[in-house]
Design a protein. Sequence first.
Length: 190
Amino acid sequence: MSSKDLEGKSIAFLCAPEGTEQVELTEPWAAVEQAGGTPRLVSTQSGRLQAFDHLEAADTFPVDTTVEVSDHNEFDGLVLPGGVANPDYLRMQPKAVEFARSFFEAGKPVAVICHAPWTLIEADVVRGRTMTSFPSVRTDLRNAGATWVDEEVKVCEAGPNVLVSSRKPDDLKAFCRAAVEVFKRGPNVV
């Protein structure tokens, strides 16, 4: 099923050069395309990124742009796929952390799944937010000031932007549906 809900909108997918959980990249990517949007792969290095299926190397994907040369002004929303290694790497990269934070400061919608909240914790943008994640990230979110819930998908509007979060690959259908809906709505007007 396709629509034109995101026609004219560009959505950033921020990923490390390796370690992204492939299905958490490819399914939201396809949902954005099916809604008429343009997904763009953003990383800390140019070239190709190596995705994973859990702990096994999967496919590679071409990087469209890097955090060194891009900013939130080029995009209408941000997706942070999970995988354990992906956000663990990103949270140690100041430019990647700043790139993610800038979407919150601009009031633009962000969708995050699995372990990806680690990057947002590092950006100090989860305080006061209600969200979900892979269960092992629960304590990290609570310690960073978020309220953690065990739900398939959580849409939090209690902040400068709309934040969509999900727990794991099993939640992707609900995650994709919610992400497309908030990207369709666009940024919060501050």
